[in-house]
Design a protein around this ligand. Structure first.
Ligand code: SF4
Length: 292
């Protein structure tokens, strides 16, 4: 539950007796934005026009390039899914924004290509995932949830066919089972994938390409339900805040700032009074080490 949750406001979500409340349409990243910082959520999803953002981040460019290259690798016929296909795929999807200079961009490209070559060597080209960059959606009594999973694998578990959520990571830091267990996004994808593909989906995996490691967690029905409940609580907080603003409340109070280590990486640091004190990162800071 977010520290800003206004319990007194929650019953208002129920509306008039017998009148169904509109479902809160959201993605895991929308919920995550609010949990990180309600003010950042407001800048991204409530304020219109959207306040000006800072320049694009090189790490986002790198992540997008690698994700799209892998998506396009799976779009090839199985006999062409080879490591040799990767330079062309990566070049054609390469996003150039945010790098300090061409030298750093080239170093990042070489590293990314190395990650991809090592990664696809671990894959069976004959495997057809259930989905690649696949949108999955599900409804609860509060949420109309949708999100794009990097990959949803079809595997055989102890009880027969199952779906497995795979999320690619390209950041510097390695990941462990706690990251996989704690990820609300992965749990919500699993919850939705069960319903879309009508097969069990409990296993979630983070594939960290720079280290070639996989961090995995096996959810249970209970742990998925817990994550859905938390998501619903967050949605209730957001709807309460949005209603308060619509009723003339102070948007700064309804969506309080949560300054911290994320401010340096926030797109809205320059327009956010609370973030002004934070030292901003350069757009290429998170990929600088790749030049070494
Ligand atoms: S700068 Fe910090 S406090 Fe302000 S919106 Fe961004 S994350 Fe929130």
């Amino acid at each position: 539950m977010s520290p800003t949750r206004n319990r007194a406001a929650v019953p208002e979500q129920l509306g008039f007796a017998g009148m169904p409340e509109r479902l809160f349409v959201c993605t895991p990243s929308k919920l995550g934005a609010y949990l990180d910082c309600p003010r950042r959520y407001r800048y991204s999803y409530v304020d219109r026009p959207t306040p000006p953002k800072g320049p694009p981040w090189a790490h986002n460019s790198l992540g997008a390039s690698v994700h799209t290259a892998l998506k396009n690798w799976y779009a090839l016929p199985p006999e062409r899914r080879t490591p040799e296909a990767l330079p062309t795929l990566l070049k054609s999807t390469w996003v150039r924004e945010g790098y300090r200079d061409v030298e750093l961009e080239r170093a990042a490209y070489r590293r990314a290509l190395g990650w991809l070559e090592a990664y696809v060597a671990t894959l069976d080209p004959q495997d057809e995932p259930l989905g690649v960059e696949r949108v999955v959606a599900a409804k609860t009594s509060v949420l109309a949830l949708n999100g794009r999973a990097d990959r949803i694998d079809a595997r055989t578990g102890p009880n027969g066919p199952e779906a497995v959520i795979v999320d690619y990571k390209t950041g510097r830091a390695g990941l462990d089972a706690d990251d996989a267990r704690g990820s609300q996004a992965l749990a919500l994808y699993a919850y939705a994938a069960q319903r879309v593909f009508r097969r069990p989906c409990y296993r979630v995996e983070l594939h960290h390409l720079p280290t070639g490691t996989v961090a995995a967690h096996e959810h249970t029905e209970e742990s998925l339900a817990r994550q859905v409940r938390r998501a619903e609580e967050t949605a209730a907080d957001i709807m309460a805040a949005e209603k308060a603003v619509a009723a003339g409340g102070d948007p700064d109070e309804s969506f309080p700032a949560n300054p911290g280590s994320l401010c340096g990486w926030c797109d809205f640091r320059k327009v956010c009074p609370a973030g002004a004190a934070a030292a901003g990162k350069e757009p290429w800071t998170a990929v600088e080490h790749l030049a070494g």
